[in-house]
Design a protein around this ligand. Structure first.
Ligand code: PRP
Length: 212
């Protein structure tokens, strides 16, 4: 058996991913007792988990230092990259939306619209496609602040429960696309570790189906 190194996205997705991998048969006691460790070998020597920020999961998998990754489709759409997207894990489900103060009409008026987002590429592609002239400002977090402080006419962000928008007096202006966590695989590892990665994909796919 060859070792499979799996990059997991730290934070929001981490617990849901851990539960899914447990249902797929992995013993994740070591993950639960990890403290501040970032690389966690699992018993049996078949798997090693790596905990990384979402965009870095793409980098580690694309460059082949991790064989497999679990990351949100939002991050994949924003950063792109060369890897196989093999499975929709149906967790971390949310959607991309344009949001702003209720009643904001982005197609009204001739002035350039200012859009704040943690996802500048997704935002730019959307407004280009809509034929709306937009200046995109990259914000690192709590992007809801931008329209409230009149930095931007609107934001492009992920909406999960809608609570952050609601509690800040903002509304969805336009729904874009749904987002969920995906399993990605390095293209070379898919060939060199075909048997092991194939078995992993099968067991995780079964765990996803059983949970529906
Ligand atoms: C995300 C997103 C929204 C919020 C949406 O931010 O950018 O702010 O969650 O979730 P809700 O619809 O359930 O309220 P996150 O919590 O990741 O923090 P950040 O803005 O600091 O990145």
């Amino acid at each position: 058996m060859q070792l499979i190194r799996i990059a997991l996205t730290k934070g929001r997705l981490e617990e849901q991913t851990a539960r899914l991998l447990e249902r797929a048969g992995m013993d994740l006691a070591a993950l639960r007792e990890k403290g501040r460790r970032l690389i966690i070998p699992l018993p049996g020597g078949c798997f090693e988990l790596v905990l990384a920020k979402a965009a870095d999961v793409l980098t580690y998998v694309e460059r082949g230092v991790c064989d497999v990754g679990v990351v949100g489709r939002d991050t994949i759409l924003e950063h792109g990259g060369s890897f196989y997207e093999v499975l929709d894990l149906r967790l971390g489900t949310c959607r991309f939306a344009v949001a702003g103060l209720p009643g904001t009409d982005l197609s009204a008026g001739h002035e350039k619209k200012v859009i704040a987002s943690k996802y500048p590429n997704v935002a730019a592609a959307h407004f280009r496609q809509r034929g709306i002239d937009a200046e995109i400002i990259k914000i690192e977090g709590s992007v809801e602040l931008a329209p409230l402080l009149h930095l931007a006419h609107a934001i492009v962000d992920i909406v999960e429960s809608g609570r952050t928008l609601r509690e800040n007096g903002l509304a969805v202006l336009e729904e874009l696309m749904p987002v969920s966590a995906r399993m990605i695989v390095n293209t070379t590892a898919m060939k060199l570790k075909k048997h092991e990665i194939g078995a992993l994909i099968d067991s995780v796919a079964r765990a996803v189906e059983e949970d529906i």
